[in-house]
Design a protein around this ligand. Sequence first.
Ligand code: BG6
Length: 484
Amino acid sequence: MVSRVIPVDSFDLVIFGGTGDLARRKILPGLFRRFRSGQMPAEARIIGAARSDMDDAGYRQMIREAIAEFGSEEKNDAGGIDAFLGRLHYVAIDATGDGGWSQLRDLMRDGVIRAFYFSVAPSLFGALAERLHQHGIADASSRIVVEKPFGRDLASAKALNATLAEHFDEGQIYRIDHYLGKETVQNLMAVRFGNVLFEPLWNSHYIDHIQITVAETVGVTGRGSYYDKSGAMRDMVQNHLMQLLCLIAMEPPSTYDADTVRDEKLKVIRALQPVEPHQIVRGQYEASQDGPSYRDDAENPRSFTESFLALKCHIANWRWAKVPFYIRTGKRMKARSSEIAVVFKDLGHTIFEGDTARHRNILSIRLQPNEGMDLQVTIKEPGPGGMRLVDVPLDMTFADALGPDREDAPDAYERLIMDVIRGNQTLFMRGDEVEAAWAWTDPIIEGWEARNDVPKLYDAGTAGPEDAMMLMHRDGRRWREIKG
Ligand code: BG6
């Protein structure tokens, strides 16, 4: 694979929450990889800002340890690490007071891109935005990056959008959904809109249904206090799975441009039909031989939060009329596997004898691990015995097709941070998209709260509760197997 790293313009990136988990686990190791690849200009700077009292040397040491713990093969590049750490600074800052702000202002260089990563609780967004302006640190060309959770319902998301809008234009706000930074997720657009083969078939005339699965093997250990207030709906469905659904279902945008793409995604979300109670299955994992139960992990023995969610939904437009979308996600499932399967309809008429229903074309797009696609096609089983049909995959595993050497392929966070510096918002959620997504999920959540819905238990290490199977069986369909 040919490497095509294009350096971005010089920047000063301030990370509020620069000593936090996300900064140490993802942001800084990711930036180091961009630095090594030559994409981050040598003179660009990263300024960690947090409450703790620390100097540059202390921060550099902290990040050295973070790269050792969370980096991959790049952590062995001692010379590279020293050069990268030389780009780091630290300012102790009081987000809601005055401490540290003038020091931060003095550190910032003129004439380079200024970006501010708000890796802090959303309750601090307003205070940070206000102080950045008050102290003359941010201006009309600055960018801010915010993380999920972007609200916990429509009202709180609107309030957050309004707070940010007081200080920044929408064109300056980069709401991260890291799923959009994944290579294979971007590939959904490349596959749909870069090939003549699929688009003519991409509609209710040819597609029977679509399945989206994001299965994880991890539990919620260590993040129970956050997760228990969120559950799978708020943590995964409202954002990551919704984005996948949008990319699979949207109309072709007329250009690959941030607002044109996001306009089309927004139309999908707005066309989503309300979901009836019988179309939803919530689950919670039980203890198994290799781990504790959800309630133990979450340290809440009475929790009714869902660690698994499956639902069936419809998009009310011409393209997708009557095509069900089945989506599911869960923790502590049998394998880590994210896949989108586009299941095509049966043949209208067959000239062969036997059961044709079995022979369906299925396009499966594996997001992770083992990224790739395969298209299940029906062929003749070789050998004598008449015309017997068999399904085989036309397999395109990306590592086979493109070569395993993808060292310079950025991971989701790296890619997205570089897009912030480039000023490209295509892979970020616009405020109206986030609000529309909450407008769809709110009534679903309110519905199960009003019904006092109790999640169905499932054994850790399985495909989820039995009722989730029934969700499809009732329709004469079945989930794809979850395979790692
Ligand atoms: C996060 C969720 O946004 O995405 C986590 O908060 C989840 O609960 C994670 O585990 C999954 O991301 P990935 O990249 O590992 O699929």
